[in-house]
Design a protein around this ligand. Structure first.
Ligand code: ADP
Length: 489
């Protein structure tokens, strides 16, 4: 309340006192002609009003000022950095000093809370960034990874884990595992590892899970590794579970076993033959010079076959292992075909097989390894001669395919053709059509090597079309990358 307002309020009883005194006095004069009782009363009222004016109004004004000073002091305390000194009456000083002290303490506390808040914000951002980094690492892994906390709730995982275990990753965080995973035994395993509390122990088990959408039917076998994780107090804070798909490894192991057994079988056949003929020669079982020459020839052919087998096996495994030496250069397919035709012609002529070439008059240069590509053409032509009866025909063609920007080479014959059930397996290692084993000697590795040279080394394609009894057409394509790579350079 302002001083003016107090003064004007105080004026009301004063004016009332004066007015009542004047009224009473005039009443006394008019009524009785005597002054004593009325004047006394009027004077008393007047004095009371004056006393009120003199004493109470200044006190009110002073009080009003003190309150205004206190108000502005409190306002400055709540708004400013530093509290303005209090300029009110002295008796208020202990109160304002205590207030200032409390405000200072409050400010210090506020400052420390703000510092803590900033620290927490920084830590939160750092841990959020770390979490995102860990998540990105987890998501590039092929293995499924699931991290659970001390309450058996999911704290982290990757998409592979969601796919393999069949849950929605976006809703998995903080979900209890037994609610999330349909495999009860699997969640129990995680709980057991957590309860064991053994931080140094990593449990490895094989676990079969049903194949999920997009995968093969049936089940998939995983190698599951489970390990406890500890917090800064060395207490068990959760479990990390890693699932490693063993399907591919088992397939590879099976392939290796098959290869070793097939290779040893194929190697044993010529070796046993060589051994038998050598024994016969040593035992003097060759009756005459002619028989001995025949034995020597067989031994020579078998060692030759053995050599080819070993060479082919080595070449295939070198290409598969990616350690083959490739001499990339500009290869003129026309020249390469001419060379192969002149190499095969004596063999073909012996069998009365006509060799034709149909090479398009276009640029047929490719970028590749000339020796390897020569081996492919020669292999296909040699097979045609082997599996075409006398008097047949063999045609080598080459043209460019502008659509795929590649050179297409094909070798067709009028030979035995290939049974339909053998077609899908023709390029497998050691595969030979059972009925043709007597027709010609072979290793069953030639076409597999051709496929590796064309597809793995030159990024081309190889295929076959055939009708039983009507002949076969083997073809392959090599990208014309020589020009392309020049243009790109
Ligand atoms: P091989 O050394 O036995 O010829 P390949 O890998 O070159 O081995 O061929 C695999 C099998 O494919 C052969 O054993 C043969 O049964 C069949 N084959 C290949 N080329 C022809 C062809 N032109 N006509 C008929 N059968 C063929």
């Amino acid at each position: 309340m302002r001083a003016g307002k107090i003064a004007s309020l105080a004026l009301v009883p004063v004016m009332a006192g004066i007015a009542s005194a004047v009224y009473l006095a005039s009443e006394g004069i008019a009524g009785q002609g005597s002054t004593t009782p009325f004047w006394n009363l009027a004077i008393t009222a007047g004095l009371a009003a004056v006393a009120f004016l003199v004493v109470l109004v200044p006190v009110g004004i002073q009080h009003d000022r003190s309150l205004a000073a206190l108000k502005s002091f409190i306002e400055s305390a709540s708004a400013d950095e530093s509290v303005a000194p209090y300029v009110g009456p002295r008796w208020m000083h202990p109160i304002t000093a205590a207030f200032t002290g409390e405000v200072d303490k409050f400010r210090q506390r506020e400052q420390s809370l703000q510092n803590q808040l900033r620290d927490l914000e920084i830590r939160h951002r750092v841990s959020e960034a770390e979490r995102r980094q860990v998540e990105s690492v987890l998501n590039v892994l092929r293995d499924a990874v699931l991290v659970t906390d001390a309450f058996n709730e999911v704290s982290m995982g990757n998409q592979r884990a969601a796919d393999v275990l069949g849950f929605d990753l976006s809703e998995a965080i903080h979900q209890p595992i037994d609610r999330l995973l349909s495999e009860e035994r699997f969640s129990q395993m995680i709980k057991d590892v957590r309860e064991s509390g053994n931080i140094n122990d990593c449990r490895h088990v094989e676990y079969e899970l049903p194949a999920r959408v997009g995968e093969a039917d049936g089940t998939t076998v995983f190698e599951v590794a489970m390990s406890c994780v500890e917090n800064h107090k060395n207490e068990v804070a959760g479990v990390v579970t890693v699932l490693h798909d063993l399907t591919r490894e088992r397939e590879l192991a099976q392939m290796k076993t098959d290869f070793v057994s097939k290779a040893s079988h194929e190697l044993r056949t010529p070796l046993s033959s060589i051994r038998a003929y050598v024994e016969m020669l040593v035992d003097g079982e060759a009756a005459d010079e002619k028989a001995r020459d025949e034995f020597y020839q067989i031994i020579y052919d078998e060692t030759d076959r053995l050599g080819r087998l070993i060479d082919n096996m080595l070449n295939i495994s070198r290409i598969e292992a990616g350690i083959v030496q490739i001499e990339r250069e500009e290869v003129d397919v026309k020249a390469l075909i001419d060379r192969a035709v002149s190499t095969i012609e004596p063999q073909a002529t012996d069998k009365g097989i006509a060799v034709n070439t149909r090479v398009a008059d276009v640029d047929l240069r490719v970028e590749g390894d000339a020796d390897m590509l020569f081996q492919v053409v020669l292999n296909l032509m040699s097979n045609s001669v082997k599996y075409t009866p006398e008097g047949g025909r063999l045609t080598v063609s080459a043209d460019s395919d502008n659509l795929t920007r590649s050179t297409v080479v094909s070798v067709s014959d009028t030979g035995l053709g290939i049974p339909p059930d053998a077609l899908p397996r023709l390029f497998e290692k050691f595969f030979r059509v059972e009925n043709y084993k007597r027709v010609a000697k072979g290793t069953g590795l030639g076409l597999s090597l051709c496929k590796h040279i064309v597809e793995t080394v030159h990024r081309g394609q190889i295929g076959v079309e055939s009708k039983l009894g009507m002949g076969s057409k083997f073809w392959f394509t090599i990208p014309m990358r020589y020009e392309g790579s020049r243009a790109a350079a």
